[in-house]
Write a protein that binds this ligand. Structure first.
Ligand code: PEP
Length: 207
């Protein structure tokens, strides 16, 4: 299977013009691009950074799985550590989101930094191992340490695809796939630099 390379733009960029420019440079890369919600309908990107667990109704500010599906979105990041921290998302809330996303026929990318965050049913999930110390710090996890976690995740979750995320760049990207055995990468900061993001994909997929 070709590695899945996911771009998490987080709360960037600040203008639609910049978002269009960035997207135009990476859209043919084959990666899954997850921009902020407000840019999704214009860009027609294939990924989203979050979703709500209800189908519709009085939930101010929220976005439903069906809204995403109807825009052509295919993948949704769920349970990112920044949402667990700043929005106080619990495993229970995350379980509701996973169920709603699967019911809508979208693919959830569940972020975890411990095995205890993996739900009982893992059917249809993609799991991203994102060690907290490595997210946005420039201190990537060593491939050997990451590999141990991947094995533990597969032991708990079965044969689901497991991605690595945490300070990935074009220099270290290939080691997580080729040495540590991950099926893909979740890329934050480096996904905002088109050349760097495309180099990550080249180094992982075509070398
Ligand atoms: C992330 O936010 O999922 C992430 C991995 O960020 P970064 O690549 O910037 O560490």
């Amino acid at each position: 299977m070709k590695p899945l390379i996911v771009a998490n733009w987080k709360m960037n960029p600040q203008t639609l013009k910049e978002a269009k420019l960035l997207f135009s440079r990476v859209k043919k890369s084959g990666g899954i691009i997850c921009p902020p919600f407000i840019y999704l309908s214009v860009l027609k990107a294939n990924g989203a950074q979050d979703v709500f667990w209800e189908k519709s109704g009085a939930f101010t500010g929220e976005i439903s799985p069906l809204m995403l599906k109807n825009l052509g979105v295919k993948y949704v990041i769920i349970g990112h550590s920044e949402r667990r921290k700043y929005q106080r998302e619990t495993n229970e809330m995350i379980a509701g989101k996973l169920e709603a996303v699967l019911k809508a026929g979208l693919k959830p990318i569940l972020c975890v930094d411990k095995v205890s965050q993996i739900p009982k049913s893992t059917k249809g999930l993609i799991i991203a191992y994102e060690p907290l110390f490595a997210i946005g710090t420039g201190k990537a996890c060593s491939p050997a340490r990451a590999s141990k976690m991947r094995i533990a995740i597969n032991k708990a979750a079965g044969r689901v695809p497991v991605l690595y995320g945490g300070s990935v760049n074009s220099q270290n990207a290939a080691t997580y796939i080729k040495e540590a055995g991950f099926q893909g990468l979740l890329v934050g900061g480096a996904s905002l630099k088109p050349k760097e993001f495309i180099d990550i994909i080249k180094n992982v997929c075509y070398r």
